[in-house]
Design a protein around this ligand. Sequence first.
Ligand code: PMP
Ligand code: GLU
Length: 398
Amino acid sequence: MQLAQRILQIPPSATLALNAKANHLKAQGVDIVNFGVGEPDFDTPENIREAAIRAIHEGHTRYTPVGGTPEFKEAISRRFQEDYGLTYKPTEILVSCGGKHGLYNLFQVLFEEGDEVLIPAPFWVSYPPMVMLADATPVVVPTRQENGFKLTAQELKERITPKTKALILNSPSNPTGMVYSRKELEALGQVVLEKGIYVVSDDIYDKILFDGEKFVNLAMLSPELKARIFILNGLSKTYAMTGWRIGYLLGPDAAIKAATNLQSQSTSNPSSISQKAGVEALNGSQDAVKSMVAEFAWRRDDILRRTLEIPGVTCPKPGGAFYLFPNFSAYYGKLKVKEGQTPSQALAEYLLEEARVAAVPGNEFGEDNCLRFSYATSRERIATGVTRIKEALEKLEK
Ligand code: PMP
Ligand code: GLU
């Protein structure tokens, strides 16, 4: 069949593909430790599930306004005001079927052929394909591990051309867990204003922050910057609601209006029931979030300590999200790398077969020296997984 050119260049999401493979092996009875997918292992908090059940009983089962119900937009607006001092009107908010959908909508209305979009590496797997689906060009900007994999103002400046339309920032980061400080953002913000580019601030992990750190994004730094920033957030990570498919995009109203029009011609509104649940998530008690974050913090310490005990492995300490991005390049010389494979792919394959641990190869995130571990899994599985990896790597030495 002759498919459209547009789709032929797009690979399936590597994170979702690996998860499918790990689940398939599990279903066959193989005891897999899944460090693959970035999905909280907790159940959605009870008050949120109850709100959804109530929504069904009360008949909230019809189309809602395309871009989200007034009630849900108000809850989103209130959270941003209270948590970050940011004011967003309903016309500056679009609710979509997951954060991914929000980004997709934005890219479709903001980018076109000839536009360059800067993506600091390591990056989340879906950014480059989504930019390409909008006919624009992803420009990957490498960062350095010594700098915590964070983009500096100088590195940003050097990559901006007259074609640069936007920069994508993601803090806390998937896959590194790195968090930008206010000072680092101020330096980046200055370049953004000087050069007049837009920023897509993917803040989906904003609440999963450790060590008492306070969340900051570029929009919070000044009204001039806020006018150039699009914020992407959603319920998936903070409230363990990946299956409910709710994300939201906040930004200047002309783009939000265009993205809402696009959504009206594609998916229409996101689920009415999920939006009702979202109102409870944002307005109700945040205690469950606090305890999930406390558990992630414990696991961060544990998996980092265990991983750093493996000889030759280096890894910066993540400040948020639920990922670790250790550097395994010390082992690459001992690996059998098949044709067409990168070393990180060969290592991920070796670990899946030899250690029965699923981890995502770093090349998918634009950094081949590393593997991504998601520690959204139990303490016991973390201990088992890292021990198995260590043993499998010892075998390579022989
Ligand atoms: N951004 C980042 C960095 C992510 O890791 C994810 C998780 N898939 C998303 C956006 C979108 O998540 P969702 O579509 O589940 O809201
Ligand atoms: N964001 C998660 C991850 O990186 C979920 C999978 C996806 O949507 O890519 O694993």
